[in-house]
Design a protein around this ligand. Structure first.
Ligand code: 5GP
Ligand code: MG
Ligand code: MG
Length: 184
């Protein structure tokens, strides 16, 4: 196979494109029900949430504004440092707004807990979280996560926005990486 072909780097596919897309539709239906008659601002966490946001926002049949934040905690490693540095802040004044944070994955939840507290302190009417993936450790988080796509095992996954050293974000599925990727 072409050595540049992305899928040969996968050990296993955890979630197929079809499974992800049907879950996104479910999440969108739940959000439409819960936010009926309310305005809604989606806040995507760059860069990982780009794919979830693109599909989730288009699965909604209602109006929803979008804004983005970026902060660093991981670098190219695989463990959360808990140290948060804002790389890009919101463009929107969220005073009185209903904010729904859109995330790719919650592992320790350290960075997300910080973000929720930060957005609440700016006077948002409500701040909730929607994540496609959640790892077991996230259950210890102080803040509750209202919308969860899939609870997954404690393994490092890539694809559908999730990277390893900035690669694999453009995979349509979510999977684990073959050992040769780590040793190369
Ligand atoms: P947390 O602060 O919850 O430990 O980590 C949050 C961020 O770490 C996620 O938004 C994601 O960028 C990254 N992360 C956590 N687990 C994984 C994983 O299994 N794969 C990848 N690619 N990134 C992860
Ligand atoms: Mg993320
Ligand atoms: Mg990353």
């Amino acid at each position: 196979m072409d050595p540049e072909h992305i899928s040969q780097d996968l050990k296993a596919v955890l979630l197929t494109e079809e499974e992800i897309q049907s879950k996104i539709l479910e999440l969108a239906a739940a959000v439409e029900r819960d936010y009926d008659g309310m305005e809604l601002l989606l806040v995507g966490v760059l860069k990982g949430a780009v794919m979830v946001m693109a599909d989730f926002a288009r699965a909604l049949t209602r109006h929803a504004e979008m804004d983005w934040v970026a902060y660093s905690s991981y670098g190219s490693g695989t463990r959360s440092s808990g140290v948060v540095r804002i790389l890009k802040d919101l463009d929107t004044d969220i005073t009185g707004r209903n904010v729904l944070i859109v995330e790719d994955i919650i592992d320790t939840g350290l960075t997300l807990s910080w973000l929720v507290a930060n957005l609440r302190s700016r006077g948002a009417a409500s701040v909730e979280i929607c994540t496609l993936l959640r790892k077991p450790e996230a259950a210890k988080m102080a803040v509750s996560v209202k919308y969860v796509g899939f609870d997954i095992p404690d393994e490092f996954v890539v694809g559908y926005g999730l990277d390893h050293a900035e690669r694999y974000r453009n995979l349509r599925c979510v999977g684990t990486l073959a050992p040769h990727v780590y040793s190369d």
